[in-house]
Design a protein around this ligand. Structure first.
Ligand code: PNS
Length: 200
């Protein structure tokens, strides 16, 4: 069978005299493992709204995972700008424009314990973005609590590009409400939907 996979894999060729190391092409797609080893990650968050920093993390995650489920938390205790349905709809739309290579990216909402949701989805990992040391403390606590609750689930911290290291949904909303431009911080659709929503 002709393979559609082309990643170099080191193989050892043993000879009587010595062992040589050489590259050969075995059945692996670019950085991806065969489906039996498929890696599925959950990228949970509020995404109120999704920022360019979130999209940057998803694109980086696509290099590591075969599938990423972007999971929007249903949190009745928190007043949000966009409803969960609106956030899912916006995410689905903007994700069409990012570089996903051959990673499958889907959007869902979830309620309750994230590790339970991740287990239901048979996820191997949780992806979280870390922008600065200030994020780290909270993220570490959450990762360790999640590990205690579900030891088989790994948390993978990823760093966004430096240009997004100060971008957060909270600050985007704050500067937007005060009339400052948010271009380049969020996808154009998000800015448009924020304008529409706040003019109602
Ligand atoms: O984008 P956010 O608001 O920083 O995301 C936080 C989120 C959704 C990842 C976190 O609040 C979460 O996982 N909530 C679900 C409830 C839960 O599992 N809590 C225990 C966390 S240790």
């Amino acid at each position: 069978m002709v393979s559609r996979y082309h990643t170099p894999v080191l193989t050892w060729i043993h000879s009587a005299a010595n062992a040589e190391l050489e590259f050969s092409y075995l059945p692996f797609t670019n950085n991806h493992l065969p489906s039996v080893f498929m890696r599925r990650a959950i990228y949970p968050g509020s995404f109120d709204p999704v920022t360019n920093g979130h999209l940057d993390i998803i694109q980086r995650g696509c290099k590591l995972f075969d599938e990423i489920i972007v999971a929007v938390l249903v949190n009745p205790e928190k007043t949000a700008f966009f409803t969960v349905e609106e956030r899912c709809e916006i995410l689905t739309e903007v994700l069409k424009d990012i570089d996903r290579s051959d990673c499958r990216v889907t959007v869902e909402s979830f309620a309750g314990l994230m590790v339970e949701y991740a287990a239901e989805r048979n996820a191997n990992a949780i992806v979280r973005g870390i922008r600065a040391i200030s994020d780290y403390e909270y993220e570490l606590q959450m990762a360790l609590m999640n590990r205690r609750l579900q030891p088989r689930l790994e948390t993978v911290f990823m760093m966004p590009a430096e240009e997004y290291s100060y971008v957060s949904s909270r600050l985007v909303k704050e500067v937007f409400h005060l009339g400052a431009p948010i271009k380049d911080l969020v996808p154009p659709l998000v800015e448009q939907r924020m304008r529409e929503k706040s003019s109602k």
